[in-house]
Design a protein around this ligand. Structure first.
Ligand SMILES: [Zn+2]
Ligand SMILES: [Zn+2]
Length: 287
């Protein structure tokens, strides 16, 4: 049986290594972190002693995979060259921090077209990715996250992800991160077994599972197609439990980190994670 990579986005208050310790305590085998404040552009270089502490804590833990999430400010489709450059530099900085920490993947929202239109936005993102990869450490893969389609966000359709992969000729350092809340809010139904299969078939057909580097596992406070991004506890939102039971039984995703970004991390991650492990063990018993 493949080891399951189940976990959550863990707070880093008190140091990056704290995310590993807390994750281990609540039963994570994978975690996601911010390597610096996601609401700020500026970031100091990592302290080498803290990098070593992170690596030592990780090596001594049951955590098998760590994923980072980039700053929310980054917009590779910004209408001005200065805005795109600033965003590219910020993502490069994030990839360099990941490289130092030994983190192999960074999840990014990539960008919003801000009125330029989706085709222009996708082309700008693709151009920035190609420039970025000439400078970025080769040890780190960018995972383009599916969005809810709020505002002028790109990547709320699987076709957008496929288009960026096509325009960049699908470099090995470019993959995707599927967010269950976001795709549902964007209009991909997951509420029944049939709907789940249809949505995942579309993903496989349009993008391909080989590009899938991580899954964000969140229920949605808002209805199908609302294009509003509000996460809910698993099984308690508009998506409901069936989708997550299907996800835990889906062998295509064994070995892919499945990470919670549900509310009230400090008290409720443990509860939501226990639900994932329960669905996982039920599916293991059924096979
Ligand atoms: Zn997400
Ligand atoms: Zn979200």
């Amino acid at each position: 049986m493949t080891a399951r990579l189940l976990g959550a986005h863990m707070p880093t208050a008190g140091g990056l290594h704290k995310a590993l310790e807390r994750g281990q305590e609540i039963g994570c085998t994978a975690i996601q972190i911010f390597t610096h404040s996601p609401q700020q552009w500026a970031s100091k270089p990592l302290d080498p002693a803290k990098v070593q502490l992170f690596r030592d804590t990780w090596a001594a833990s049951n955590i098998q995979q760590v994923v980072s999430h980039d700053s929310y400010l980054i917009n590779l489709a910004h209408p001005t060259p200065e805005g795109r450059e600033k965003s590219r530099r910020a993502l490069l900085g994030e990839m360099q921090r990941c490289h130092e920490l030994g983190v192999p993947q960074v999840v990014s929202h990539m960008g919003s077209h801000l009125g330029q239109g989706e085709d222009v936005g996708l082309q700008l993102v693709a151009d920035e990715v190609l420039t970025l990869l000439t400078e970025a450490p080769s040890s780190v893969t960018i995972l383009m996250e599916t969005t809810a389609g709020q505002g002028s966000s790109l990547n709320y359709k699987f076709e957008h992800l496929a288009k960026i992969l096509d325009l960049t000729r699908a470099p090995s350092q470019l993959g995707i991160c599927l967010d269950t809340c976001h795709i549902f809010a964007a209009g991909y139904d997951l509420r029944t077994r049939e709907a789940y299969e249809q949505t995942m078939d579309a993903l496989g057909r349009i993008v391909g599972f080989d590009r899938l580097g991580a899954i964000h596992c969140n229920d949605s406070k808002k209805p199908l197609g609302s294009r509003v991004d509000r996460h809910e506890h698993l099984g308690e939102g508009e998506i409901g439990p069936t989708a997550f039971e299907c996800l835990m039984a889906d062998e295509r995703f064994f070995g892919v980190p499945i990470l919670l970004e549900t509310p009230d991390a400090e008290t409720q991650h443990e509860v939501n994670l226990a639900r994932l492990w329960k669905w996982a063990s039920e599916s293991d018993e059924a096979t």
